[in-house]
Design a protein around this ligand. Structure first.
Ligand code: IPM
Ligand code: MG
Length: 360
């Protein structure tokens, strides 16, 4: 198969981890006789340095002309980086939001899996870690507080900031359908998370999800308030299969879910629209404090590349091969610093990429 992939290396550890994912993809291409044509696209601070803004229209067009986008991470340290001295709409994170919106990537799939080999890194009680867990957060990605009207005004001499949380039935329905579809291929359970005891947008969310659920009688639906969900995630994550939630709640809960897996360095993600097109990136950030040190964990990005092969190109066997190789490397005791425990073998970012590549 011929694949056209736009590559956003981004900032911080982004370029290092993307290098390792590309190493792995190149290996998949040679073993399974595929061809990938990569086009580099600037986004985030890397784009600000060249164009004065974090995402240009040309960059969006290049992504649109590709079959999928593979991304590292964007952003720097807001306290020290010059990227945060320019107006908010041009800063690194604004580029990420703009690309999500421009490509209509409304469905963000964030699997949180506890690899049994990493049970020691799991901060939960041993009995819980031993049970293992495998959930997927289906986060709505192009609505809610992130994209509602916002402004800062002065009212009666007092500076006041306003952000708007808005959802339409259409936006809720399409993400709910994605969640139920995904649940069917998993353990047939959807937990829809909202704050329906307070917010109108959540009450509409719950009503619409209930309507969609009627078309999926084989999938169990439960509703959970977001504060309770935050608690349940650390109490007993084994109860979850698919967590369906809006943009801001999904942002927060996915970081929490990642930490119970032991490390955010293991969490992949896919952001999809209604076609097979997707943007694939690790769920973690750009970690500017360790950038350039070759110690970052590239596995979340490599797992994201596997998701890309599976979802955008239908190459399930190739995706399986990558996941098997990662499991093998972990079985053999190799760990980057974030998941390292005494007695195992500590490796660098590029060594981890090599180890996975060699096992495909
Ligand atoms: C994420 C990140 C982004 C978000 C930031 C970088 C804007 O935290 O992908 O989870 O809030 O969506
Ligand atoms: Mg986040």
């Amino acid at each position: 198969m011929d694949m056209k992939i736009a590559v956003i290396r981004g900032d911080g550890i982004g370029p290092e981890i993307v290098n390792e994912a590309i190493k792995v993809l190149d290996r998949v291409c040679s073993v399974y006789s595929h061809k990938i044509d990569y086009t580099d696209v600037l986004m985030g601070g890397a784009s600000i340095d060249v164009h004065g803004t974090s995402l240009t229209d040309e960059a969006i067009e290049t992504c649109k002309a590709s079959d999928a986008v593979l991304m590292g991470s964007i952003g720097g340290d807001p306290n020290t980086s010059p990227w945060y001295k320019i107006e908010p709409s041009k800063r690194p994170e604004a580029g990420l939001l703009k690309i999500r919106k421009s490509l209509n990537l409304f469905a963000n799939l964030r699997p949180a899996v506890l690899f049994p080999q990493l049970a020691d890194a799991c901060p939960l009680k041993r009995e819980m870690a031993d049970k293992g867990f495998d959930m997927l957060i289906m986060r709505e990605l192009t609505g809610g507080l992130y994209f509602g009207e916002r402004k800062t005004v002065t009212e009666n001499g007092i500076v006041t900031a306003i952000d708007t949380l808005k959802y339409s039935e259409t936006e809720i329905r399409r993400i709910a359908i994605k969640a139920f579809e995904v649940a069917r291929a998993r353990k047939n359970k959807v937990t829809s998370v909202d704050k329906a005891n307070v917010l109108d947008s959540s009450r509409l969310w719950r009503k619409t999800v209930n309507e969609v659920a009627e078309d999926y009688p084989d999938v169990t639906l439960e509703h959970m308030l977001v504060d309770n969900c935050a608690m349940q995630l650390v109490k007993d994550p084994t109860q979850f299969d698919v967590i369906l939630t809006e943009n801001m709640f999904g942002d927060i809960l996915s970081d929490e879910a990642s930490m119970v897996t032991g490390s955010i360095g293991m969490l992949a993600s896919a952001s999809m629209n209604d076609s097979k097109f997707g943007l694939y990136e690790p769920s973690h950030g750009s970690a500017p404090d360790i950038a350039g040190l070759n110690i970052a964990n590239p596995l979340a990005t490599i797992l994201s590349a596997a998701m890309m092969l599976r979802f955008s190109f239908g190459l399930g066997n190739e995706a399986d091969a990558i996941e098997r190789a990662i499991n093998k490397v972990l079985d053999e005791g190799f760990r980057t610093g974030d998941i390292f425990v005494e007695g195992l073998k500590k490796v660098s970012c590029s060594q981890m990429g090599d180890l996975v590549t060699e096992r495909i």
